[in-house]
Ligand binder design. Structure first.
Ligand code: ADP
Ligand code: MG
Length: 329
């Protein structure tokens, strides 16, 4: 399969088989969506680019799933249930039919797994690297959308899952973390390649969170963004931050990896605040939840994020987040 089929035949062969209702198997210009009664639509878009967000030789199935899942993470953080996506597929100079077939297969698998429908998109050559941009639409009941603008001093800060695996996974993908066991290495790399967005947490977020965002550029930097948007500060307890066994093992080999774990990117966990009047009910609920939720700190008056060690001493970081614009500063 080294030939290059036309745009028309790519759409027909690889994407039309999972076209949503109202998209006319992609034989029309657009698609019609009928919103559900009592729901608002939540819309988000994230693009990933070769060489910035994925490597040229990453499997196309995984690239497709990553492009989709980064959007599902944004929707979950808003308390929304994913429903539809639209795909802008920018084919890189080296594309061939095999790449498109594998990409479409990965996307179809995830659309089925997350019960999402493909409404359409656009297909074009970039003349350079691959770029995939997905727009995702989700649903929330009216008035249940959760923004990042509404955290208040005294709210408690929580995070889903475990922090830092993907940032260390990226490092492990580029160079061995010396002395790290193969199983830990594989675990971290997989966490980088294939995000696990917290889609199942959406309902809990919309019921309990006063403010929420997904963590894509590092815990500390993203918490700074939430604090800025809400005009508050935050105090984090380092010893409360949840790390996987693999990340703990890596940090015990190289202690400076803890900073990368807190400030590197690609966690796709949810960072959110719970106001005092909902806290007891929330803590009750999470004690029996399959999803891991961890209390990591408190929202304060003032501004900025402070991280404290076990003895209450302030920990300083060189850099708070990963900047995807390609600059390292
Ligand atoms: P036009 O040039 O009229 O905009 P296109 O050829 O770009 O039409 O698209 C034709 C149809 O195929 C549209 O319904 C569009 O949404 C869909 N489409 C194009 N590319 C993709 C893609 N990569 N994935 C899914 N649908 C696509
Ligand atoms: Mg078009």
């Amino acid at each position: 399969m080294n030939s290059r089929p036309s745009e028309f035949s790519i759409i027909k062969k690889y994407f039309a088989p999972f076209a949503s209702q109202g998209a006319f198997e992609f034989r029309d210009d657009a698609a019609e969506i009928i919103p559900n009664e009592g729901k608002s639509l939540v819309i988000t878009q994230d693009a990933i680019a070769e060489g910035i967000h994925f490597f040229s030789d990453d499997p196309p199935e995984l690239i497709a799933k990553k492009a989709l899942r980064v959007n599902l993470s944004d929707l979950a953080a808003k308390g929304a249930t994913p429903k539809y996506i639209s795909l802008a597929l920018g084919l890189g100079k080296t594309w061939n039919e095999q790449w498109v077939a594998e990409f479409a297969n990965g996307l179809k698998e995830d659309c089925e797994a997350y019960d999402i429908q493909l409404t359409g998109g656009d297909t074009f050559g970039t003349g350079a690297g691959f770029v995939i941009s997905i727009t995702a639409l989700g649903e929330v009941p009216h008035d249940a959308y959760v923004s990042r603008l509404n955290a208040k001093a005294g709210d408690t800060l929580f995070v889903t899952g475990e922090i830092g695996d993907a940032a260390l996974g990226l490092l492990a993908h580029e160079r061995q973390i010396s002395g790290l066991k193969n199983v830990d290495n594989a675990y971290l790399i997989n966490r980088y390649l294939l995000p696990q967005p917290r889609v199942k947490a959406a309902e809990i977020i919309r019921e309990f969170a006063s403010a929420s965002m997904d963590i894509s550029d590092g815990l500390i930097g993203d918490l700074e963004k939430l604090c800025q948007a809400s005009e508050v500060g935050a105090a984090l307890k380092f010893q409360n931050i949840p790390f996987s066994q693999a990340t703990q093992n890596a940090i015990s080999l190289e202690s400076n990896l803890s900073e990368i774990a807190l400030t590197g990117g690609d966690d796709y966990e949810i960072l959110f605040t719970v106001a005092e009047d909902k806290l007891i009910k929330f803590e009750d609920l999470i004690s029996g939840s399959k999803i891991q939720f961890t209390h990591i700190g408190t929202i304060t008056i003032g501004q900025g994020v402070k991280v404290f060690d076990r003895d209450g001493q302030l920990i300083e970081f060189e850099k708070s987040s990963y900047d995807h614009s390609g600059d390292s500063s």
